[in-house]
Design a protein around this ligand. Structure first.
Ligand SMILES: *[C@@H]1O[C@H](CO)[C@@H](O)[C@H](O)[C@H]1NC(C)=O
Ligand SMILES: *[C@@H]1O[C@H](CO)[C@@H](O)[C@H](O)[C@H]1NC(C)=O
Ligand SMILES: *[C@@H]1O[C@H](CO)[C@@H](O)[C@H](O)[C@H]1NC(C)=O
Ligand SMILES: *[C@@H]1O[C@H](CO)[C@@H](O)[C@H](O)[C@H]1NC(C)=O
Length: 209
């Protein structure tokens, strides 16, 4: 009797914790079917349609790695729905440098070319893979990750889904080296000299405010 009771209690707690985890894993719940700006009086199907990706897929004439987002900023109807997309395009040798998404995991689906991908966990272990067309890879929420098109000739295209309408992106090189952190602090932090830090900084474009 007692062991069964304990088992049930344990299972109930597990379910409660799982539900709590799922709830914490997405954007806050909304108390309406959808969220629309108050100045929208005549909402119809157009509000729920995003056409900003037309012509983006299969355009391989891109000089650098390019990300085209369909998140809340571009597609306001995603507000409160805990989902968004991004199209990722890599020219030959193209790199999406190490970065994180603070508010969501990323589920990447490779639709053209090949891609080397990887993420690092909180114990500093690297998990990497080489993907071919049709493969998916999951980057867990908040962890540093990258994608690299090692093919010297061919382009690559991926579609990424996010469990947040506004996953956010922190690009490590830009975040650390272009935001005004003192050279002395960076040199100490990276156990190198100021000249090396300045060389790294010179190669990075300062982000627009
Ligand atoms: C609603 O307001 C936003 C921001 O001021 C504006 O960009 C948008 O065009 C407006 N929409 C309508 C339907 O008036
Ligand atoms: C393809 O992408 C390039 C670079 O973003 C752009 O200049 C060009 O206009 C695009 N071509 C088409 C057909 O959309
Ligand atoms: C993972 O990364 C290591 C170290 O860079 C590399 O040698 C290996 O080929 C990679 N594995 C895959 C499957 O891409
Ligand atoms: C890339 O193109 C060059 C020149 O056409 C060719 O020699 C080489 O084998 C190609 N490499 C791959 C990986 O396809």
């Amino acid at each position: 009797m007692a062991p069964n009771l304990l088992k049930n209690l344990f299972l109930s707690l597990l379910v409660v914790f799982a539900a709590f985890w799922v709830a914490k894993a997405s954007d806050p719940n909304i108390l309406s079917d959808f969220v629309a700006p108050t100045n929208f009086t005549n909402i119809d199907g157009n509000y729920f349609t995003f056409v900003g990706l037309r012509g983006v897929l299969f355009n391989n004439t891109i000089p650098n790695f390019k990300v085209t987002k369909a998140s809340m900023a571009e597609f306001p109807a995603l507000n409160g729905q805990s989902v968004s997309f991004a199209i990722l395009q890599y020219p030959a040798g193209g790199l999406n440098p190490p970065h994180t998404h603070p508010r969501s995991a990323e589920l990447l689906f490779l639709v053209a070319g090949s891609l080397e991908v990887g993420f690092i966990d909180t114990t500093n272990k690297l998990y990497n893979q080489t993907l071919q067309v049709g493969d998916m890879f999951i980057f867990p929420k908040g962890l540093v990750h990258f994608q690299y098109n090692a093919d010297a000739n061919g382009t690559a295209t991926a579609v990424s889904a996010f469990g947040s309408a506004n996953a956010g992106t922190i690009s490590i090189p830009t975040n650390v080296f272009t935001t005004g952190i003192n050279d002395v602090i960076l040199a100490k932090g990276f156990k190198t000299d100021i000249a090396t830090i300045q060389k790294i900084k010179a190669g990075l474009v300062v982000p627009k405010a």
